[in-house]
Design a binder for this molecule. Structure first.
Ligand code: ATP
Length: 592
């Protein structure tokens, strides 16, 4: 899919077909037992309610003419009992189905979350987070009712319809045909609006997704918004998106409203016809007044399930628009995954080889071309060079966050595309540029990558990166609660915590992307000493713009022009008087 943003509607990559609904049956089948119980309860409740017109017919035609007051009380009590029992059964069913709906939501959401955890960086590069969130939260909520109550109600309403038709025909065949006459007209209306209605609900899901994406982006970027006083401008964008959503919603509702409107009118016309035919066209010996009364009640009851079915149909069309998005997410291919016979990468020594590596994020635009280098175990490598040259890309490829466009990357001679991702990544310590902090304590955050780490190991890692001191200054020390993204912490503190988290994994290959860019020079010097000790025996890739921090690395690679323009030790590159020399001298001048 092309990159998407908050004001671009998402195109569905696969059109809806009924198999989506069949697939939804996986979730429904798990709830078979409670759904069957709920179904039986509903059927009982409906059958009991259906006996009321028969009681009424008997009372009008027999009990009242016979002027039997005692019998009238008896029938009235029976009628009351049918109502009470039917309401009671319906209440129990409703409770069961609420639970079923929640269980379905739980299952779909868990599957979505599991899948999202596996999707590669590329998936997240290409779309706003808000559009992903809305699928997991709102869309799943929107389909649960159709998948639980909807299915049961559909079967019940169909049965109800058959029962009512049977009762109707048992009472009077000719009048029954009068009641049925409206049905073909109604089906014609449904067919006429079907496609327009589906497209209208797809548009609603698109616009709500856009709105959500913008909301999410605005909240994440609220600080920048306020710095630049963009509030009013952003309100304008939000209003436009909210208006688009409202317009589409209203349009979809207009299609929905057409259906009950048609049912109501048809039901009224049919009832009028019933009286007309019953009273004028048929002879009094054919139909008694009780029969007309009972048939009029059945006519109302006959159109009621049709109205309910059409409301269900509306919810179905609405849910389809959401179900399409949910299954599209679940079908999103995990493009970075283990090959079928992937091997475990054995404990690594740390040799890293790039063999003719070519890579681009977008087709046809290479960021790296035919890159070749060979790093010995234990070597420390600095990647330096201009902004946007491809340094982060190189380290992202070593961890196989993206698939290569061409060539191979080998670790200890093993092609990393042929080993399991878990065995590869678990032997690497990767610190990304974005020092993400999760909600929880500082301790939890450092322990994130190694859940079995002891408190002593955590403190030792924090001491190595000089984080121990500032952590202990917090009132609750390591147990200090931090918010998601670490808004309670300074940028440098966040970096130190995520640095400690990376070291705790005790990796053989360490990747540090701008790990110390926000740390003051004094702390950085101290950290460097601890780090030098720690880097011994490990292969490390260090990306840094501040060249003073990497001058002691075994090899410095200058990344530019889709490849490595220069490579050597600090002294060698300085002697060469090339690109690195220029960059280093420029930085030195800045410091002076
Ligand atoms: N997710 C992405 N999707 C598309 N293009 C990307 C993506 N990430 C980076 N790029 C592009 O790839 C090129 C290399 O980016 P990279 O982040 O590797 O550069 P860098 O050398 O690490 O830069 P910096 O020093 O600013 O961190 C840049 O031109 C950038 O625009």
């Amino acid at each position: 899919m092309a990159r998407n943003k908050f004001d671009i509607d998402e195109n569905l990559e696969s059109p809806f077909d009924i198999r989506h609904f069949r697939r939804a049956m996986i979730y429904i089948k798990k709830q078979k037992k409670p759904m069957i119980i709920a179904f039986i309860l509903s059927a009982l409740s409906a059958a009991i309610a259906l006996s009321a017109p028969l009681i009424m017919q008997h009372v009008v035609d027999v009990t009242i003419p016979a002027k039997s007051v005692g019998s009238l009380f008896g029938w009235s009590a029976l009628m009351l009992a049918t109502i009470v029992v039917s309401v009671y059964l319906a209440t129990i069913r409703s409770r069961i189905m609420t639970r079923v709906g929640q269980d379905i939501i739980f299952d779909i959401r868990t599957d979505l979350f599991k899948h999202l955890q596996e999707l590669p960086f590329k998936y997240y590069d290409d779309r706003p987070q808000g559009k992903i969130l809305i699928r997991v939260v709102n869309y799943v909520n929107s389909v649960s009712d159709v998948l639980s109550n909807g299915i049961i109600n559909f079967i019940l309403e169909m049965l109800n319809l058959i029962f009512i038709a049977a009762f109707m025909f048992a009472v009077d065949v000719k009048l029954s045909f009068v009641i049925l006459a409206g049905l073909p007209v109604f089906l014609g209306i449904m067919l006429l609006i079907k496609n327009k209605q589906r497209r209208a609900w797809q548009a609603v899901s698109n616009k709500s997704s856009n709105l959500n994406a913008y909301l999410q982006e605005s909240i994440s970027g609220i600080r920048v918004t306020q710095i630049f006083s963009r509030e009013q401008h952003n309100e304008g964008i939000f209003t436009r998106l909210a208006t688009n959503f409202r317009t589409e919603w209203m349009r979809a509702l207009r299609y929905n409203a057409l259906i009950p409107f048609s049912v109501d009118n048809l039901a009224t016309i049919v009832s009028a016809l019933l009286y007309l035919v019953g009273l004028l066209a048929l002879s009094p010996q054919d139909v008694t007044f009780g029969v007309i009364l009972a048939m009029s009640s059945y006519a109302f009851r006959f159109w009621q399930p049709i109205l309910n079915l059409s409301n269900l149909y509306n919810s179905f069309i609405n849910a389809v628009a959401y179900l399409e998005r949910i299954f599209e997410t679940l079908d999103e291919p995990v493009t970075v995954s283990d090959v079928p016979d992937a091997k475990e990468l054995p404990p690594v020594q740390g040799r890293v080889t790039f063999d003719n590596v070519t890579f681009g994020y977008d087709p046809g635009i290479n960021v790296l071309e035919n890159l070749n280098f060979d790093i010995k175990p234990g070597e420390s490598i600095a990647l330096v060079g201009p902004t946007g040259a491809g340094k982060t890309t190189v380290v992202n490829l070593i961890s196989r966050f993206y698939n290569l466009t061409g060539g191979k990357i080998l670790i200890d001679g093993q092609d990393i595309s042929q080993v399991t991702l878990k065995s590869l990544r678990s032997q690497m310590g990767i610190m990304l540029q974005d020092s993400f902090i999760f909600s929880g304590t500082i301790l939890d955050n450092i322990r994130y990558g190694r859940l079995d780490a002891t408190e002593e190991e955590i403190i030792a890692a924090a001491k190595t990166v000089c984080a121990d001191e500032f952590i202990r200054e917090f009132e609750d020390g390591y147990l200090t609660e931090v918010n998601e993204r670490g808004s309670k912490l300074s940028q440098g503190q966040r970096q130190l915590i995520s640095f400690a988290r990376t070291l705790l994994a005790d990796p053989k290959i360490l990747i540090l992307d701008e790990a110390t860019s926000s740390i003051d020079a004094k702390t950085e010097r101290l950290l460097q000493q601890g780090l030098n000790e720690l880097l011994k025996g490990r292969t490390s890739f260090i990306i840094a713009h501040r060249l003073s921090t990497v001058r002691n690395c075994d090899r410095i690679m200058y990344v530019s022009d889709k490849g490595i323009a220069e490579s050597g030790s600090h002294d060698e590159l300085m002697a060469k008087q090339g690109l690195y020399h220029r960059l280093y001298s420029a930085q030195k001048m800045e410091v002076v």
